[in-house]
Design a protein around this ligand. Sequence first.
Ligand code: NAP
Length: 430
Amino acid sequence: MKAEVKQILVEANTVFKQWKKEDLTTRIAYLKGLRDKLLVNKIAYGELMTKDMNKPIKQSVAEIEKSAKLIDYYIDNGERILKGRTIKTHWSEVFTVNDPLGVILGVMPWNYPFWQVFRFAVPTILAGNTVVLKHASNVPLSAQALEECFLVDGFPKVYFNISVPGKEVDEVVADPIIKGVSLTGSEPAGSSVASIAGSLIKPVVLELGGSNAFIINDDVDLDKIVPLALNARFQNTGQSCIAGKRFLVHNSIKEEFIKKFAEGAKQYQRGNLMDYATEIGLMAREDLAIELEKIMNDSVAMGAKIVFGGKREGEWFEPTLLTDVTETMPAFQQETFGPLAVVVGFNTFDEAIELSNNSHFGLGVAMFGKDVDFLKSKIHDFDEGAIFINDMVISDPSVPFGGNKYSGIGREMSDEGLLSFVNKKSVVIN
Ligand code: NAP
């Protein structure tokens, strides 16, 4: 490990020894300062994100506002969540306390450069830990701005950037100063970090890929569902782990869905990324767009048909819909991390469940139908970490977030997110 990286770990550990002793009121005061700083600079930070990874400015600024809401959630709920509990036993007193672990490493992706970092770092710091953050290499402006943002007047530095290539993260994970690691990103990166952390018995949270199904039963009003379907697929230019990627539609309304989805997709025109009217951006890197094009072309070679779109130019990938997709095609089996949707028909809801579960991912599923009791009766049949009924899958600070199967382990946000990196101590008094 480079000497400067080791030096940062040592510094983060020195601050931890002081930070863990601060009472919760002080840590919450820190969060208030952080939130205010974030909001004051929201346009400037938004512009940096747009420059880093081609996100339309309106979505960049919205991402900052959402991050501020997450901070508010923990300001309001931190004390309740961290409180611990008393347990009635034959001893005179038994209770639990949640103490911090130490320096926690975050390894974060480029697709939501601010949001991903906030949802990991805010609860981790509130719990009394300090954070060392390795951000994705292709968002350097955001990474630098984040470190500046987390430095709040009147408080110690509790958040430290490290600059190391992905392949060298292992030795940071292995360093004895690091007491836990949270990675959001791809399966290979998650697997690599989890194996080294596992071998050293360090806690890990992994938020990995997804290939969410968006299931539409035959009894819906498509005019209400199609705008959600479009948003679920094309938000963040399709580069979202929880995007609706596989549209499973009852065969009796499939053609009507395709027609309406195609009409709605026309609104997603290429535009100036700094213009607040622009709704879709370029993909973050050309190699990612080429990868998505290959998934599309390989599926077409196997018999899929392009309903609309299908063109790529540099980082621009036209919003695209594929039909005649089968379960063995790459567009069904792999994560399509960009604006490429696939539609598959079903005849019975049980068929839709089988299609949905036929994925090695298990992040979330959205299902739509008038009979909510019927849909609720199917919850336990799905493999995913989140089930949304009559809404698209979104992340919300108050709701636990995380996946099953190759989508990851552990949960972020809500109570679970704040308790991910704590020592849950049991205290017994005779
Ligand atoms: P990625 O290539 O895995 O990168 C994510 C982070 O891991 C980056 O900081 C990267 O650093 C680092 N990294 C890469 N290889 C590594 C290794 N072998 N060991 C340790 N760290 C390594 O993923 P990405 O392409 O940036 O992000 C897209 C993926 O993230 C998609 O699969 C998406 O679904 C997933 N994602 C999941 C969630 C969720 O909450 N479940 C949210 C957002 C994204 P470098 O940039 O330096 O390579």
